[in-house]
Write a protein that binds this ligand. Structure first.
Ligand code: NI
Length: 172
């Protein structure tokens, strides 16, 4: 498996709409494996293909805690087919916006249809933290980042902090 390069804000690939995957073939499986490895290597709990520069509808998620067994979930061509009216608000971060977090309101539960690692159709009811992760990652497939859900003022403040964070961590 290979650890892939992460594309960060404001790379244009993060704003692109992604294309559907025709078939879950060897190439797609390799991408799923590499994305999972990359996500684990960066301590993320979700990763969408645009974040590794691939404009396709592919997502991996693992929300297991560090002291729990790994629980990788693979989503190809995922689509949210139902959202609860009830919402939850909690902090989110994103591997493409390093060092930052902000509160985002999301549906508390969603139903998602997708193809799994074997290319079989699945439907899943995701709740709470998993619901948030699914919505966050599927947003990436539409070129939407969590900061797009913030007010303009909050977004500007976060982007300033991101700039500062990058300067402090650039090593010069
Ligand atoms: Ni993200």
């Amino acid at each position: 498996m290979t650890i892939l390069k992460l594309f960060e804000y404001p790379h244009p690939v993060l704003k692109q709409k992604t294309e559907k995957v025709e078939k879950v073939d060897k190439e797609v499986k390799k991408l799923l494996d590499d994305m999972l490895e990359t996500m684990y290597a960066t301590n993320g709990c979700g990763l969408a293909a645009p974040q590794i520069g691939v404009s396709k509808k592919i997502v991996v998620i693992d929300i297991a805690h560090e002291d729990e067994e790994a629980n990788p979930m693979y989503f190809v061509n995922p689509e949210i087919v139902w959202r609860s009216d009830e919402t939850i608000t909690a902090e989110e971060g994103c591997l493409s916006i390093p060092g930052q977090r902000a509160e985002v309101e999301r549906a508390a539960a969603v139903k998602v249809k997708y193809l799994d690692y074997n290319g079989d159709e699945q439907e899943m009811l995701a709740e709470d933290f998993l619901a948030k992760a699914v919505q966050h990652e599927l947003d990436h497939l539409d070129g939407v980042l969590y900061i797009d859900h913030l007010s303009r003022l909050k977004r500007q403040m976060l982007l300033k902090k991101l700039e500062k964070f990058r300067k402090e961590n650039s090593g010069n």
